[in-house]
Write a protein of this length. Sequence first.
Length: 107
Amino acid sequence: MADVDPSDRKAYLEEQIARQKRGEPIDVAWVTQELERVRREQVARLQASQRNMRWLVIATAIMLAILWVRRGGGLDRGGVVSLGLIVIGLLTVYALRTRSRRGPPPT
């Protein structure tokens, strides 16, 4: 398995593509390792995005709850809508948290 400097990855990949086009054997172990590295990076980015989204939804739900209380928290039409948005936000956070604990969906 070839250890390729990260700055040379693109050049090495292009070399492998050129070799494959010429009908020559390619470094399958390196390609497999590179695909795994890319997959791990994608999973890490996805998890970071989900974590940021959860915090955004939590902050929005808190702000809506504060505004709802400041308006009197009444159960008039506006109050019910605000309360509904808060509940939807909190349920979304719960669903995202539960999904992230189970891990990524199978591919």
